[in-house]
Design a protein around this ligand. Structure first.
Ligand SMILES: Cc1cc2nc3c(=O)[nH]c(=O)nc-3n(C[C@H](O)[C@H](O)[C@H](O)COP(=O)(O)OP(=O)(O)OC[C@H]3O[C@@H](n4cnc5c(N)ncnc54)[C@H](O)[C@@H]3O)c2cc1C
Length: 415
């Protein structure tokens, strides 16, 4: 089978890239070993984080690092056994998170985030997926005045520098917004621009249907079968092979399984995260996406139930699940909201694909014609899928890209 382009990986990033190429008239084959949208893109918190212009950094203060080292928190957890293998990633991550470097990174990262809503909106409308979207921001709930006031100050800065919209909520305003939330909170911060998705899986599937409507084909195959031909690339998929001039690697946390054999070594680590769905007791309802800011977990009113999602677990990508953070978060969440029974048989786990400088890898491979990279979206893959797809598609077409993508180029890692 021949095509113009092959996209490897049918998570939100790969699916969006395939759609953006198909919208521009390219014939595209999307290859995944499983069903589209069933891995990392399945279980996230469902936020299109327009406010997320500053990527999540590594703590800098010694005291904070020491508190994390106790390994008893909800927002972060690590496997001692994994430390030797993740230490160079963590050291570089810590280095890039230094205040001045972090601010420069945010400047380079913000243009991607700024286009997140508009680029999703185009696909949502074309896919007819409006019923999956809630356009009502999300809220951080605070337990202490010091945390609340510090976050208000940071929100003012982000509003001044990046134009994100927010609203301060008093304790009473928060209670009016979420009547079933405990009155332990002293107030809240509502980020007003973000949208949320009631089912990230259903959104990815809607984009897949749009892709197929535009003539795209989805095939099962193993991306590791990728090989070079005289004119482009070949992959074993479906009942045979697919050949194309261009190939995009969008394999999320598994991208190294294809880039390494081709001679590229990115220092991509993972931050694993968990979720569980719950019912609500009695007539309790959760109206909006809410974060218990001091504890570091989310409650999201999804189509499948109230989804509790956890922060970062530093572990080997393929190590068995250790849902300790989920258990800790569940115990706390039950004290702030009348959560009902668990609705899933077991906790879901996904692995956020992370680069040490907190920005994704988007662009042309330095040493191979027709090879493109689109991975490493960390905490913001759902947010950034469509804009990533758009700029990669434009670059492949030889067009001017929506934004300057040089900050995300693969060469920055000397890979
Ligand atoms: C708990 C949690 C909460 C999150 N919340 C948010 C949020 O609110 N907002 C947000 O923007 N982001 C969020 N994220 C991050 C987001 O989910 C990820 O950044 C995003 O899903 C990454 O998408 P992807 O397409 O790069 O990877 P994936 O979705 O993992 O897709 C990669 C695909 O590659 C395929 N693949 C792998 N190996 C092979 C192979 N050998 N051959 C063929 N196919 C292969 C897989 O089957 C998979 O379908 C969250 C993540 C977690 C874990």
């Amino acid at each position: 089978m021949a095509a113009d382009a092959i996209v490897l990986g049918a998570g939100i990033v790969g699916v969006s890239t395939a759609v953006q190429l198909a919208r521009r008239g390219k014939s595209v084959v999307l290859v995944d070993r499983g069903e589209p949208g069933r891995e990392t893109s399945y279980g996230n918190a469902g936020l299109i984080q327009r406010e997320g212009v500053v990527p999540y950094g590594f703590p800098q203060q010694f005291g904070t690092i020491l508190r994390y080292a106790l390994n008893n928190r909800i927002d972060a957890h690590f496997h001692w056994r994994a430390i030797p293998s993740v230490s160079s990633f963590l050291a570089k991550y810590w280095w890039h998170s230094n205040l001045s470097r972090h601010q420069l990174i945010a400047r380079a990262y913000a243009p991607l985030i700024e286009h997140s809503i508009a680029t999703h909106n185009e696909l949502i409308e074309e896919a007819g997926a409006q019923d999956l979207i809630v356009k009502n921001g999300w809220t951080e709930a605070f337990r202490t005045p010091s945390k609340r006031d510090g976050e208000f100050r940071e929100a003012e800065r982000l509003s001044r520098e990046y134009g994100v919209a927010f609203k301060r909520l008093s304790a009473n305003e928060l209670a009016a917004q979420e009547p079933h939330l405990s009155r332990d909170f002293v107030g809240g911060l509502k980020w007003e621009d973000p949208w949320s998705v009631k089912s990230p899986l259903a959104l990815t599937q809607a984009y897949v249907r749009l892709f197929e409507k535009l003539g795209g084909r989805v095939l099962k195959g193993d991306a590791r079968s990728l090989s070079k031909t005289t004119t482009g690339w070949r992959v074993v998929a479906g009942d045979g092979t697919v050949e194309a001039k261009d190939v995009v690697v969008a394999l999320g946390p598994w991208s190294d399984t294809v880039t390494k054999p081709l001679g590229y070594s990115f220092l991509v680590g993972v931050k694993r995260g968990y979720h569980m769905h719950y019912g609500a007791k009695g007539n309790a309802t959760l109206n909006g996406w809410t974060m218990d800011a001091e504890r570091g977990y989310f409650l999201a009113p999804m189509a499948q139930g109230i989804r509790l999602t956890t922060g970062a677990e530093f572990a080997r990508r393929d190590a068995p699940k250790t849902p300790i953070q989920l258990e800790r978060a569940e115990a706390v969440a039950k004290t702030i909201f009348p959560l009902g029974e668990r609705l899933d048989k077991e906790p879901w786990m996904g692995a956020r694909p992370c680069t040490p400088d907190m920005m994704p890898v988007i662009g042309k491979a330095p040493r191979h014609e027709g090879l493109w990279f689109a991975f490493g979206h960390a905490h913001h893959g759902l947010t950034l899928g469509p804009v990533t797809g758009q700029v990669i598609a434009e670059a492949i077409m030889g067009e001017k890209t929506l934004i300057d993508i040089s900050a995300y180029r693969p060469e920055r890692f000397n890979a």
